[in-house]
Write a protein that binds this ligand. Sequence first.
Ligand SMILES: [Mn+2]
Length: 426
Amino acid sequence: MRITQENISENNQSILSAHQQELDFLSGLLSKEGVDIWALIDKIKEFQIAVPSWALGAGGTRFGRFGLGGEPRNLEEKLEDIGLLKALTQKTSSVSLHIPWDIPSDYSTITGLASELGISFDAMNSNTFQDYGQQETYKLGSLGNAKKSIRNQAVDHNIQVIEIGKKLGSKGLTVWLADGSNFPGQSSMRNALQWTQESLTQIYTAMPDDWKLLLEYKPYEPNFYHTIIPDWGTSSLLCKSLGDRAKVLVDLGHHLPNTNIEQIVATLMYQDMLAGFHFNDSKYGDDDLTTGSIKPYQLFLIFCELISGSEDGAQTWESISWMIDASHNTKDPLEDLMQALEVISICFTKALLVDRKKLSACQLDGDVVGAQECLQEAFQRDVRPLVREARIQNGGAANPITLYRKLEVRKNLIQERGANSRSTGL
Ligand SMILES: [Mn+2]
C-alpha cells in the first residue's frame, strides 16, 4: 500500500485552520521572547530518525508473541512500511537492517525500491547472539568466545555484513554483543575482554575508511552474571583501542534503573565518543517500550545535553546517528513508531527552546532555582503546533496516526499480505 500526496493534502485541509490558530498563538508567545520561530521549524524539519527493520513486525517476549496481521514478509515489504511512515511523518528516511534477517536476494531491486521511496540505508547490524544454521554455535559467546574458531566465525559474519552494507550504500556497522556468562567461574572476564578487543580490531580493519563502528553496551541479558561490554566505559575503552571511527552507541534501555543517561551523553560528547542513539523507553530494564512513554523528562534532558554539546563544539551534531530500537507486543508497530517519532521531535524541540545563555548565567552565579526554572520553562511548553507545522511543511500529515487509521492502512496490509504474515527475524 502507498499513501499519496493527495491523501495527505486532503486530510490536512480539514484541520488546517485549527492548526493555524494554535501555531499563531504559540508563535506570538515565543516571538515576544525573542525566539526565531522559522529557524526553529527548519531545525525540526531537518531532524530525521532511522527506523530498524525489526521494529516493523509484532515483537514478543519469551512467553509468547501475538501477531497483528499484515506484517512485512520480506525486505521489500519492510521498505514499503518505512515508506508509509515517511509519507505520514516525514520524520524518517532511512532504515537500519539486520543481517542475516535482511539479506537482499536482489540488490538492484532493493536499491531501486529504496530510491523510489526516498529511503537510504542507515547503520547495518550484525547478529552473533543467536544460531541460524551457521557452523559453530554462539551459545557461549561470539567475538569473546574462548574458542578461536567461534571468534573467527563471528568476525567473518561481521565482515560479511560490511560487504552487504557497502552494496547498499550504508556507512556504519552497529555491533551489539550478547557475550558474557551466566555463572561465576564460567569464563575468564579478562580473557573474554581481550578476545573481544582482538575480534573487534579485525572487524574495524575491514571497514571502509568512510564508515563508523557503533559499539553498543548492555549491563545484563541474555547473560545474567556478567556481560563483556556492560557499560559506556567499557565500550569507550574498546573504541579508543580501535581508532577514531569507533564510537559508543547509547541504547536508552541498556542501563540499570535510575542511571543518569544525560550525564553519560555529556561525558561521551566531552570526548567526541558518542556514536549515536537507540531510542526506546523503560520502566525496569531493557523493556523496549515506546520512546518517551515512561520518562519524557529524561529524554528532554538528554536532548539538552546533545544541543549544548554540539553548540559548544564538543562534538558535531552531524556525527551523531539517530535510531529507534523498540519492540511492540501489544501495539500496531507502525502506530507505535509514529508515537515515538512524535515524542522524539517534541523533546528535541523543547530542548531547543531552553534559554542557554540564561541557564549558563544561573550556573555561573550558583542560582540553583533559576537554572531549574530555565529547564522547566522549556519543558512545560506545549510545542506540538511547531512539530506539526514542520511536518506539514515537509509534506507529511498534520495528524499521522489519525490519517493512518482513517485510511485503514493495517486492514489494507492484511489484505495484501495476509492475517498470518510474520515479519522475518522475530
Ligand atoms: Mn539497541
